[in-house]
Design a protein around this ligand. Structure first.
Ligand code: PRX
Length: 573
């Protein structure tokens, strides 16, 4: 068992102070009243996120603070309404965008990205955000599979768009300078200057497509996960329950919109709740990040373990130069949150870091730590009200507490994916015949109802007859003072079935050596269990990670076994 510890519940007024009572009586219908569809029967997520607030007296409130090395700007809800109207006009009139069309955005983070994102939705199209770092093959796969009609990009990134090979792509909107406009290429700036400030929003049914996020499977091509407008019910509600967003918060989600965290919780949740949202462009840098918190007085901060670990590696001295007193609530997502990181957050920010578990496919929070809950460090927390989670066996039968199995969610929640684009068979394969969505993660639930992540089902290691989740071992490894990050896999062994191999990147000031390997081995052996200690260790400068910060264990495994690495489009540079 992990070296876990408890942090007490937070004092204050939180919507889930009485979690169990809310859980018993809650139904997602109760969360719908804030939206306008009760009058019209129709909705549009961009209207609910932006325009609705301008009609309720918040037109002059800041919706977006944007900064990078060369820009420092702010936009009110009123300005975002106007600009997204203009963008919608450009898309509809110049690029012939119609309801249900797929419009992709392949751009670095910038205000224009968010304006176009909202414009696409207002025009009734399905928005497809792409990481700016994608190379040609990755861009092509996604535009081809979705039969995208329009792409918004920059002149620099256009070099990675093989548009001549994409017959469905009818127009490209270019955001930049010196653009030669023609029938095909639309100059964003020029078109925006000419566009009308008003736009007749395309009103949608709740089951109409909203967003298409491509996510990589462990093999084969990436799959397009489709979410619909109704998802916003859950984005808004979990924004209050889990992110604890309140009207005057200054909220910073560090995720890129190419990843679902950067849309569900980087666009929808904050803006549906009328909260001021911060976007920082450019690359990660510890001192820039700390300055961002200070400069804007960030109150709620949502990031990922990989970023926290990098901040940890940057050392306490740097952290101590900054003032974090504005922070009220800190959260993490995307991979397991090591207890060591929670301990560090408690020292440096004087805050509990709240782990949250969900997936591209689930569209929004599923299992989380709420302010009102005691945190068991290393646990993902408990299901949000309205969500039924369980550990099931391969045929969908529920398993008793403290048994490792498939983490599953009872089918039917607002932000559940509605399709894998063009692949019904794949979509159906997620569900058991008795109505469970099977996540592909392995976990167990303890006797208090807390869920503990063990790894992707394919990552679980069997050694000497024991099942070991790589995360437990990785968490122990990063407690060692020399270890910055660790990825653990099982490799075949004639005697033990598998043995554990760890790939480790060291903190600054530590040298790789056989002696250090020995020391780390004993550290895990004494701290966790002999069978869980890595018998093999490789030191690496960097571990292979996805752009969202997940250690790609399958790449480690492929390196190790000399196998093909599969789809690498989401690998960071
Ligand atoms: O394996 C789990 C891991 O990330 C997967 C989902 O990846 P993605 O769709 O890219 O993420 C979307 C936004 C969360 C999960 O199946 N994962 C996510 N959150 C956690 C996690 N693993 C452990 N703890 C978490 N809190």
């Amino acid at each position: 068992m992990l070296d876990s510890f408890f942090l007490p519940a937070e004092q204050g007024v939180h919507e889930l102070d009485d979690l169990e009572t809310v859980r018993k009586s809650f139904d997602w219908k109760q969360a719908e009243h804030q939206f306008s569809w009760h009058e019209t029967g129709k909705i549009n997520a961009a209207y609910e996120a932006i325009d609705r607030h301008t009609e309720k007296g918040s037109a002059d409130k800041v919706a977006l603070y944007y900064s990078d090395l060369s820009r420092d700007e702010s936009y009110t809800f009123g300005e975002m309404k106007k600009l997204s109207n203009k963008a919608a006009n450009v898309l509809k009139q110049k690029a012939d965008v119609r309801k249900g069309d797929r419009v992709f955005i392949f751009m670095p983070r910038s205000p224009e990205l968010y304006i176009l994102f909202l414009g696409v939705i207002k025009a009734g199209a399905i928005v497809g955000p792409l990481f700016e770092a994608f190379m040609e093959g990755a861009v092509r796969d996604r535009l081809e599979d979705s039969e995208a009609k329009v792409l918004c990009t920059t002149p620099e990134l256009l070099k990675r768009v093989p548009y001549q090979l994409l017959p469905h792509l009818k127009h490209i909107v270019l955001v930049g300078d010196g653009i030669n406009e023609d029938e095909y290429f639309i100059d964003y700036k020029k078109a925006m200057d000419q566009a009308d400030n008003d736009f007749l929003i395309e009103w949608m049914d709740r089951e109409d497509g909203l967003i298409l996020h491509y996510t990589s499977g462990s093999t084969g091509k990436p799959k397009g996960v489709l979410h619909v407008h109704e998802a916003m019910v859950q984005h808004a509600q979990t924004g209050r329950w889990v992110l604890d967003l309140k009207k005057d918060d200054v909220y910073w989600c560090t995720a890129d919109p190419g990843w679902v965290t950067g849309t569900s919780y980087g666009v929808f949740a904050p803006w549906l709740n009328g909260v001021t949202n911060i976007v920082r462009g450019g690359r990660f840098s510890p001192s820039d990040w700390y300055q961002t918190i200070e400069k804007y007085g960030v109150t709620v901060w949502y990031s990922a373990p990989t970023a926290f670990r990098m901040l940890m590696s940057a050392g306490k001295v740097l952290a101590e130069k900054h003032n974090f007193s504005s922070l009220r609530h800190v959260l993490s997502v995307g991979e397991p949150l090591n207890p060591e990181v929670i301990r560090w957050g408690w020292q440096v920010f004087k805050k509990r870091i709240h782990d949250t578990w969900w997936m591209t496919e689930t569209g929004a929070h599923m299992i989380c730590n709420y302010p009102s809950m005691k945190i068991k460090a290393g646990s993902m927390g408990k299901p949000v009200p309205g969500i039924t989670a369980a550990i099931v066996d391969d045929s969908g039968i529920e398993l008793p507490p403290n048994t490792m199995g498939n983490l599953a969610i009872k089918k039917g929640w607002p932000s559940m994916m509605r399709a894998i684009w063009n692949n019904k068979e794949k979509y159906d394969s997620y569900f058991t015949s008795n109505g469970w969505y099977v996540s592909g993660d392995s976990a167990y639930m303890d006797e208090d109802g807390y869920f503990w992540f063990q790894g992707r089902v394919d990552d679980v290691i069997m050694t000497s007859g024991e099942r070991i989740g790589p995360f437990e071992v990785e968490s122990k490894l990063v407690e060692h003072p020399a270890v910055s990050e660790a990825g653990v896999i099982g490799i075949p062994d004639p005697i033990r079935g598998e043995i554990i191999k760890a790939f480790i990147s060291l903190r600054e000031g530590f040298e790789a050596s056989e002696k250090l390997k020995e020391e780390i081995y004993h550290f895990v052996k004494n701290g966790l269990a002999a069978h869980a200690a890595p018998r093999k260790i490789d030191f690496k400068d960097k571990l292979p990670k996805t752009r969202s910060g997940k250690i790609m264990r399958r790449v480690l495994k492929a390196w190790e076994l000399g196998l093909p690495t599969g789809d690498l489009s989401t690998l960071e540079d």
